[in-house]
Design a protein around this ligand. Structure first.
Ligand SMILES: C[S@@+](CC[C@H](N)C(=O)[O-])C[C@H]1O[C@@H](n2cnc3c(N)ncnc32)[C@H](O)[C@@H]1O
Length: 254
């Protein structure tokens, strides 16, 4: 993993920082989400759609692309083990540019894909049309906590990593309530190197142009899962340069 000094200021291309976040203690959930929506609908859209695309990237962003691909490959392995029936209905909460939603549709699943950023939903829709699977995917623009219904599985990748503990728990509970089967999600585990990066991030120029990573202590994640009536089934730490997330798979306790 590169150190902060290797990354900044010579390569300001990394899109993560923590100092751009409003203070979670006094920011309302709605204001916090609105800031994330504006980021992912604006400057973040270009950055993340490039990372999730195929064009050549800077060294830092390339490590994030590789890590994201590793995380997706792990998820697909777990989904295959889950043996969901053909046509099972999967919710992709925070679908971004639709990489997962389109792949799931190509595998024969029915997909509902939701994202808070309109440009992300537009890009995901275009990807689905280009792949010839638009009829299998229902797209919505909005907050995942406003999604209703019941799904055979719920997936939420690299979304909760942006939310502080006070918002993480209700979001996880809501996602769990939508699934009659497994729930798969990523979070950012507490890690001293990341914590140092976050602290140092406050001294970097243009930090308002990046998004945030919010580390959640393991005990908090376990308590949130238990409170949601889920038990952990799978866990994988995915680490590639500047990409470091924990992918979890959980199933209903009963
Ligand atoms: C880093 S991207 C990950 C995209 C996708 N899940 C993937 O892994 O390719 C995070 C996405 O979460 C979306 N997002 C953030 N908060 C959200 C919320 N409350 N409800 C729905 N989408 C949200 C953002 O708009 C953005 O598209």
């Amino acid at each position: 993993m590169p150190t902060v000094d290797q990354i900044e200021p010579t390569d300001s291309a990394h899109p993560y920082d923590v100092t751009a976040a409003p203070d979670p203690a006094d920011a309302s959930a709605q204001a916090y989400k609105a800031q994330l929506r504006d980021y992912f609908d604006g400057i973040g859209f270009a950055r993340w759609s490039a990372i999730y695309g195929e064009a050549k990237l800077s060294r830092i962003r390339h490590t994030i692309r590789v890590g994201h691909q590793q995380m997706l490959a792990t998820l697909h392995g777990w989904l295959a083990q889950a043996n969901l029936p053909h046509g099972a209905h999967i919710l992709d909460a925070g679908c971004g540019t639709g990489i997962l939603a389109v792949t799931l549709a190509q595998q024969g699943y029915t997909v509902t894909a939701v994202d808070i950023a309109p440009h992300m939903v537009q890009a995901a829709t275009e990807r689905a049309i280009a792949a010839g699977v638009a009829e299998q995917i229902t797209f919505h623009t909005g907050d995942l906590e406003q999604v209703g219904g019941r799904y055979d599985a719920v997936v939420c990748l690299d979304v909760l990593i942006h939310y502080p503990p006070a918002l993480f728990t209700p979001m996880l509970h809501h996602l769990a309530s939508l699934s009659r089967g497994p729930l798969y999600f990523t979070h950012a585990p507490y890690n001293h190197l990341l914590a140092a990066m976050h602290w140092l991030g406050g001294h970097f120029p243009q930090s308002h142009r990046r998004t945030t990573i919010q580390m959640i202590p393991d005990a908090h994640v376990s308590a949130a899962l238990t409170g949601a009536g889920m038990r952990q089934q799978h866990v994988a730490n995915i680490s590639s340069g500047f990409y470091f997330v924990r992918l979890l798979g959980a199933t209903p306790q009963s």
